[in-house]
Ligand binder design. Structure first.
Ligand code: FAD
Length: 469
């Protein structure tokens, strides 16, 4: 970075957000050090610092393309490792508003990897870069700065296995990828910067996940069977084939209507979803583990882009900036796009200007899915928040789209291209699409659905810019 001495970037957190950041930083810095409290290298099981690893983690198509662009060939490696594939509109069987949606291939590749499997492959590829090292079993304590506190110069860490001695890692750039519990807001305040504004929405989400070996086949060639929670039944399910020839089921309920973790109670919850093929398969299946719960009380967005001062040498990515409601499966995609945004800001040949990066990230990466998922969260009457007329219009459009998608597979395809973040949400308002929705609702669609049967589709190349309206 224009210096004679070796340059070093330090990434705080070695989950997917940190790995993606390390991947792009490795092209610009001589050395990248990833710090995490967990053991990481070689780990292919759920780990303590990533409790979501015990639950379904769907990678949206936009995220898959971003990951493939950073790690060419990784999608094929995952398939070779036993990960099933599919198409978000073609072989994911969706139920919305109590109706089954028509299916049609939409060139929306789905990678049915469990979370630990995906992270394992991404970590291996990151480690193979040669200039990325992992400082495992280290707690991140805080930042070091220049005397005037205008620049972050490193990070203080502590080895969990040693005598508790604090060490300092000098860095030309520190990237905070430590997730929702990120301490950056507090560290900044301690350094004399204003507190970053935070937005939270109480959704009271509860997940329960269990894995099975099926004795029957409810999939009929599909990858997954998913029921979307809605106001009349605030319960949902993702029931998916995954690596290891297992089936992973996550059921969820919002606003405190949480699935139970006892086996009989869980079966009753599944029955209440109104998707008989899942219930029938599950009660006959062999459970491979105990049901595991996860509570997700609020979404959270930290508005770094609105700060008027921010120290040089520090960026924040992934869940440390925004934790989305996980039922919409956007977090890993946004983490990957955060890394691609850093890459664009590194192209100037100097360290990124933090506030420029945050503004770009907010506008091009976070805003579109944040708006869509907020509108969906607010469709539950018990979720608190402003509901201006524009939001009610959006919610009505989404309800009409979902109903029309139960009649015309091309409507499903358009809807899933938005849900998969490949298209901007505004494409649902394009005249051709609106006409298609209207015809479907009036029963005038002449289209016949062509179900897609996945065969390890080649991933499309990923442009570095995110789609715009
Ligand atoms: C229940 C659940 C389900 C989800 N489902 C999906 C899904 O279907 N699709 C999707 O795209 N996204 C999903 N997500 C979100 C997704 O997991 C994250 O967006 C993704 O992991 C990127 O997060 P991250 O790397 O920024 O942070 P995290 O994954 O939270 O990782 C933070 C890392 O920092 C380390 N760390 C934190 N603090 C310290 C410290 N003080 N010292 C040392 N190390 C530290 C942790 O050990 C961890 O490895 C889900 C999230 C949850 C909670």
């Amino acid at each position: 970075m224009g210096k004679d001495a070796n340059t070093r970037a330090v990434v705080l957190g070695g989950s997917l957000g940190g790995l993606f950041a390390a991947r792009v930083l490795a092209d610009a810095y001589d050395e990248v050090v990833v710090v995490d409290r967990d053991l990481l290298v070689g780990v292919s099981e759920p780990r303590r610092g990533c409790p979501q690893g015990r639950h379904i983690s769907g990678l949206l198509t936009r995220g898959q393309r971003a990951v493939e662009s950073m790690y060419p060939g990784i999608t094929a490696e995952l398939f070779a490792d036993g990960v099933p594939d599919g198409d978000l509109a073609g072989t994911v069987r969706w139920y919305a508003r109590g109706r089954r949606l028509k299916q049609q291939n939409a060139d929306m590749l789905c990678v049915g990897a469990s979370r630990p499997m995906l992270e394992y492959h991404v970590r291996n590829r990151t480690q193979a870069l040669g200039n990325v090292t992992f400082l495992e079993r280290h707690d991140i304590l805080g930042l070091t700065t220049s005397p005037d506190r205008s620049k972050v110069t490193g990070v203080r860490v502590q080895n969990q296995l040693g005598e508790g001695v604090e060490e300092t890692l000098d860095a030309d750039l520190v990237v905070d990828a430590s997730g929702r519990g990120s301490r950056t807001p507090v560290w900044l305040e301690d350094l004399g910067y204003p507190r970053v504004k935070e937005e939270r929405k109480k959704i009271g989400l509860g997940y329960v996940t269990q894995h099975y070996r099926l004795r029957t086949d409810p999939f009929d060639g599909d990858l997954s069977i998913n029921g979307i929670a809605w106001a009349k039944n605030p319960r949902g399910v993702i029931f998916s084939r995954t690596d290891g020839t297992r089936v992973e089921m996550t059921v969820y309920g919002v606003l405190g209507d949480h699935p139970p973790t006892d086996q009989a109670g869980l079966y009753e919850f599944v029955k209440s979803l109104g998707i008989p093929e899942i219930y029938d398969a599950v009660i006959q299946a062999e459970p491979l583990d105990e049901p595991v719960a996860f509570r997700f009380p609020t979404t959270l967005r930290r508005r770094y882009e609105d700060m008027d001062r921010f120290p040089d040498g520090l960026l924040v990515v992934g869940d440390a900036v925004t934790t989305f409601n996980p039922i919409y499966a956007g977090g890993m995609t946004v983490a990957a796009l955060s890394a691609l945004t850093i890459r664009e800001h590194l192209h100037s040949g100097a360290a990124p200007v933090p506030l420029d990066y945050f503004k770009d990230l907010a506008r091009n990466v976070i805003d579109p899915p944040w708006a869509v998922t907020n509108a969906a969260d607010l469709s539950f009457p018990g979720v608190e928040g402003d509901r201006p007329l524009s939001l009610k219009v959006e919610q009505t459009i989404m309800a009409l789209v979902q109903t029309a998608a139960s009649k015309d597979s091309r409507v499903t395809a358009g809807y899933m291209r938005v849900a998969g973040q490949v298209e901007h949400p505004s494409t649902l308002m394009k005249p051709k699409y609106v006409l298609r929705v209207a015809l479907a609702l009036l029963g005038l669609s002449k289209h016949t659905a062509i179900p897609f049967r996945g065969q390890n589709v080649q991933p499309a190349a990923e442009p570095t810019r995110v789609p715009t309206a």
